[in-house]
Design a protein around this ligand. Structure first.
Ligand code: KG4
Ligand code: ZN
Length: 359
């Protein structure tokens, strides 16, 4: 059973062909980094236009790479939310058009469930079965959510961020310090060169649900730290570097980043990781989870992966490979597969929903 998956919820135009929810025949991702980088974040209107430009070539490339054709598809799936409505509409409408023209069933997928299925897909490829109930920590630029995943892949929301998502905190701190967009990858690489104990940030204490997250206090603390020092010239040096070279190497960054700033980045990253893992472990214990799934763009973070390993938790911890951690369409096709098996199809009237909930 072959599914064409399409993902356009934010700033990547992606298409993938996946057989039986496990064999990835192709996965094409066109990033819009070049468009949004200079603005320090995603500009929704520009994102929509870029998707319109990219959708036909990206889908065509995915089909070609898979040595497939519309005629070979069993179903077409696309992300219907959450995300930017203008962006979502491009992939969703394209998928509906293929479904209508080729008389193939159409399946709408929740982007967050897609991130969880990135892990399920790769476990299947290794012939492993993830034991349920599992605890899923979905951490990306838009989400920081903890779900209990119960048998049959049903979801119960246990906690979520009350303000910024973890990836958003990375992106805002990077923007503030002149590291460009997205902030996660660069801070991750530079944090390895700093002292994580140098700056003490207080951990967020949550009134009400102790499994909720908050990252805005940390962001404000970083802002305060920078205001107490004069960083104008180093920030300007980094902005100039980015203007000369949109993809600086580690050495380029190190040349314009003093040790105190590296220490700040390491301390910031350590605090984010502590917040994430502390609550994930507490939630896992609460529901007697038999596995922990970490997914979403922030799951790429090398510090987070290392810290999760070091915790030596009494259940397996699953991270997707980096190319399936950030937005892609293979995870969307994989999440659509059980729906195809159950014959759970969507009408072509299915709307794009900016704040679509998983649970
Ligand atoms: O899943 P994703 O591609 O898009 C959303 O659904 O939001 O995640 C993108 C987010 C960005 O905020 C980016 O800064 C963050 O993931 N990210 C990272 C790393 N790589 C990407 N954050 C921390 N460390 C990384 N290595
Ligand atoms: Zn995502």
């Amino acid at each position: 059973m072959r599914i064409l998956g399409i993902e356009t919820s934010c700033d990547e135009t992606a298409a993938a062909v996946v057989d039986d929810g496990v064999h990835v025949r192709s996965s094409v991702v066109a990033s819009q980094l070049a468009t949004h980088g200079k603005y320090g974040g995603v500009v929704p209107e520009l994102a929509s236009r870029e998707h319109v430009r990219a959708i036909v070539p990206v889908v065509r490339a995915a089909l070609e790479e898979a040595q497939s054709d519309y005629a070979d598809l069993t179903a077409v799936a696309a992300t219907s939310g959450p995300g930017l409505v203008g962006s979502l509409l491009v992939g969703l409408t394209f998928a509906k058009a293929i479904s209508f023209a080729r008389r193939r069933p159409f399946i709408g997928v929740n982007h967050i469930e897609g991130h969880i299925y990135a892990v399920v897909l790769e476990a299947k490829q290794r012939g492993e079965i993830i034991e349920l109930p599992a605890l899923a920590l979905v951490v990306s630029g838009g989400h920081t959510h903890l779900f209990e995943v119960t048998p049959g892949f049903r979801y119960r929301l246990l906690g979520k961020t009350r303000d910024d998502a973890a990836g958003e905190a990375y992106d805002k701190v990077a923007k503030l310090l002149g590291f460009g967009y997205p902030g996660g990858p660069v801070i991750d690489r530079l944090a390895a060169h700093g002292n994580p104990d140098a700056v003490r940030f207080t951990l967020a204490r949550m009134k009400g649900n102790p499994l909720d997250f908050s990252f805005s206090g940390l962001k404000t603390a970083v802002l305060r730290w920078t205001r107490e020092r004069d960083l104008t010239s180093e920030i300007e040096a980094r902005r100039q570097l980015l203007r000369r070279n949109p993809r600086p190497s580690l050495e380029d960054w190190l040349a314009v980043t003093p040790q105190t700033t590296l220490d700040l980045l390491a301390s910031f990253q350590r605090t984010v990781i502590e917040e994430l893992l502390r609550r994930a472990a507490a939630a896992a214990e609460q529901v007697h989870a038999r596995a922990l799934i970490v997914s979403g763009g922030v799951a790429c973070n090398s510090g987070l992966r290392a810290a999760a390993r070091q915790l030596a938790l009494p259940y397996p911890v699953y991270f997707p490979s980096p190319q399936l951690s950030t937005d892609n369409a293979a995870m969307i096709a994989a999440a659509a597969f059980p729906k195809l098996e159950r014959g759970e199809f969507d009408a072509l009237t299915l709307p794009a929903t900016a704040r679509l909930r998983l649970a």
